[in-house]
Unconditional design. Structure first.
Length: 464
């Protein structure tokens, strides 16, 4: 078993594996540098070295446009042509980069598809001197997954929806109800189309937020600032603002627009005074009309009471009317009652639109080569797992098999072979069924890439 954070391992046919621990600073400390410097100095001239690190510095440095691991890269430079392969995980997909000029650099392999969410492969990060030779999944599949974000973001990130919805409530509810403004807009609706009427009410709501509220104004400004700073810094400040400010404004318009739409709906509900008559005018079921006396009267009374109690729009309208009638003298309990009754309708309408907007932003930005983490972590894709099998043959050549699993198992059952070998005393790796559980549906692995690295051979000198 591994007993240290970093190590060197000698394999057959002059193959060596160096396992580096770059830590949180993405580089080696002095002790580790001295250790590997001594190891490298004592390697044979025909050594074949495999370097293993947690993260792929060639990929991350190119993506974030930075330089990391100065001491680590210095050691790799000392290896020269002895360095045959760089292995890393951390990025949750499979990709391989090969030198544009054969034999001019080691193979670069990322195999991080072990357990976490999938990372996209359609972002072709430019690694100097290299070209991307293979990926799993394919860039086409990766793009198809990216455009699911607008439609799946809400379902897969319900906790974020709660946070976002709470912020949206604070952004507009303190400015409601729009007493006077909503009534005037409803009257204008009779002579104008809905869109200009709604837009005028939205403008008046913004004026009210600016002039009469503190919490809503602070929440509005905070939302725009957070969204303006959300785009990645690698875009540059100008492009961050170009993407972030419209995103923040869209969230604000969604919040205020839905609230103003609900205010207009309440005005329509109150037209002709029918808001208080719906329970009384509801058609009675035949079973109630045919009950023997006095159960007919009792049944009718119970049904109409239930309809009146459950008629939430009617209660919202009446609560709003009470707040507007009281004006500045409205008690806090009246205002809170109106806001509590309005909240379910606002939440059900506003949060799906807001999460759709954010999901669309993540999908588009991913297709443009940014938000590699956020765009796919929000999708929580469990499929497209991968791992490597390395084999050194009898003459010393290294064969690398990249194994992919397109669809992982989600339902499990106990492997009967495991129960038979439970008391065998053998280590799990030596058993025919090392794991207790197996998927209910068959999982079909596939070969997604193959690399053959011939061993360096010592040249035999011919005697004179």
């Amino acid at each position: 078993p591994q007993t240290n954070l970093y190590w060197a391992l000698e394999l057959p046919h002059r193959w060596f594996v160096l396992g580096f621990d770059l830590g949180l600073n993405d580089d080696l400390d002095d002790v580790q540098y001295s250790y590997f410097n001594h190891v490298i100095a004592n390697l044979p001239s025909d050594a074949n070295v495999i370097s293993i690190t947690h993260g792929p510095h060639w990929y991350v440095d190119s993506y974030y446009k930075k330089e990391s691991g100065r001491m680590h890269k210095h050691l790799l430079t000392q290896l020269g042509p002895k360095l045959r392969l760089l292995l890393a995980g951390d990025i949750h997909h499979y990709s391989r980069y090969s030198a544009k000029i054969a034999q001019e650099g080691p193979e670069l392999i990322i195999s991080g598809g072990g357990g976490a969410f999938l990372h996209p492969t359609h972002l072709n990060v430019d690694v100097a001197g290299y070209t991307r030779a293979a990926t799993f999944p394919s860039p086409t599949i990766s793009r198809a997954l990216a455009i699911r974000n607008p439609f799946q973001f809400r379902r897969r990130n319900w906790a974020f929806e709660i946070l976002l919805g709470t912020c949206m409530v604070l952004m507009v509810l303190p400015a409601l109800p729009l007493c006077g403004d909503a009534e005037a807009a409803f009257e204008a609706w009779s002579t104008a189309s809905l869109l200009p009427t709604w837009a005028g009410l939205v403008w008046k709501c913004y004026v009210r937020i600016l002039e009469q509220t503190t919490v809503a104004l602070a929440a509005q400004v905070g939302m725009v600032l957070v969204m303006a700073s959300f785009p990645e810094a690698q875009w540059g400040q100008d492009r961050r603002l170009l993407w972030g400010i419209p995103l923040g404004i869209s969230m604000s318009l969604c919040t205020v627009g839905v609230a103003c739409g609900l205010e207009l709906a309440l005005m329509a509900l109150g037209a002709d005074g029918h808001q208080g008559k719906r329970a009384a005018q509801a058609e009675l079921p035949a079973i109630l009309r045919n009950l023997p006396a006095p159960w007919t009267d009792v049944g009718v009374w119970a049904l109409r009471s239930l309809l009146s109690f459950s008629d939430l729009p009617m209660h919202i309208y009446n609560s709003r009317a009470a707040v507007c009638a009281a004006g500045a003298e409205a008690s806090r309990s009246l205002v809170v009652m109106y806001e509590v009754l309005m909240l379910p309708y606002f939440w059900v309408l506003a949060t799906p639109i807001a999460t759709f907007i954010l999901g669309t932003y993540l999908a588009v930005s991913s297709l443009c080569g940014r938000h590699v983490d956020e765009a796919f972590s929000s999708l929580r894709i469990e499929n497209f797992k991968n791992f490597l099998r390395l084999h050194i043959d009898s003459v010393g050549n290294l064969h690398i098999y990249a194994i992919g699993i397109g669809h992982v198992g989600r339902q499990w059952k106990e492997d009967p072979m495991w129960r038979r070998e439970e008391d065998s005393g053998r280590a799990p790796a030596q058993r025919s069924a090392p794991s207790r559980w197996m998927p209910v549906d068959a999982v079909e692995p596939m070969l997604v890439d193959y690399i053959h690295l011939p061993v360096h051979r010592t040249e035999k000198k011919t005697p004179a």
